[in-house]
Design a protein around this ligand. Structure first.
Ligand SMILES: [Ca+2]
Ligand SMILES: [Ca+2]
Ligand SMILES: [Ca+2]
Length: 159
């Protein structure tokens, strides 16, 4: 009897296979091997950076038109403004993506609203994306929704 039970357990154990699949955490949206979280709360820019880090990612970095188009479909649907990771806090006029610390150059993708960035208040050092998808520079203490980004992760699934 013991050996029969043992045999059953052995068969069950052998049929359990571990699959590694690429996936986003629940509530995050997947696009092109990246995961995006559109916040439900509003924070200053630096608090938004902190929150995205806590969630395991960074404030969103928009590298090309594809990514911009994907994101602005969502922002237009939701109808809210969102912080993105671009800032010129350290060096006025040198726009840098916070998460990867990469500075914009002449060939970098941008989607500034006309006449922006204008450093209007002399402290417009953080970037807000309008529901339309256009970017404006604004004071970092402004409180807004924010988008976090995370590389898609490998998770183990039992089947
Ligand atoms: Ca990105
Ligand atoms: Ca500025
Ligand atoms: Ca401005």
């Amino acid at each position: 009897m013991f050996s029969f039970t043992y045999l059953i357990i052995w068969f069950v154990a052998c049929s359990l296979v571990i699959y590694n699949v690429m996936s986003c955490p629940t509530t995050w949206i997947e696009y092109e091997d990246e995961c995006y979280h559109f916040s439900y709360d509003q924070k200053s820019w630096s608090d938004a950076v902190e929150m995205c880090l806590l969630l395991g990612g960074g404030l969103v970095e928009i590298d090309d038109e594809d990514e911009q188009t994907f994101l602005q479909k969502k922002t237009a649907d939701i109808g809210r403004m969102y912080w993105i990771g671009l800032n010129d806090i350290d060096n006025e006029g040198q726009w840098t993506w916070n998460y990867t610390d990469s500075a914009l150059n002449e060939t970098s993708y941008t989607n500034w609203r006309p006449k922006n960035p204008d450093n209007f208040t002399s402290l417009d050092d953080c970037t807000l994306m309008f529901p339309s998808g256009q970017w404006v520079d604004i004071v970092c203490t402004f409180v807004s929704y924010y988008i976090c980004e995370l590389d898609i992760i490998e998770v183990s699934v039992f089947g």
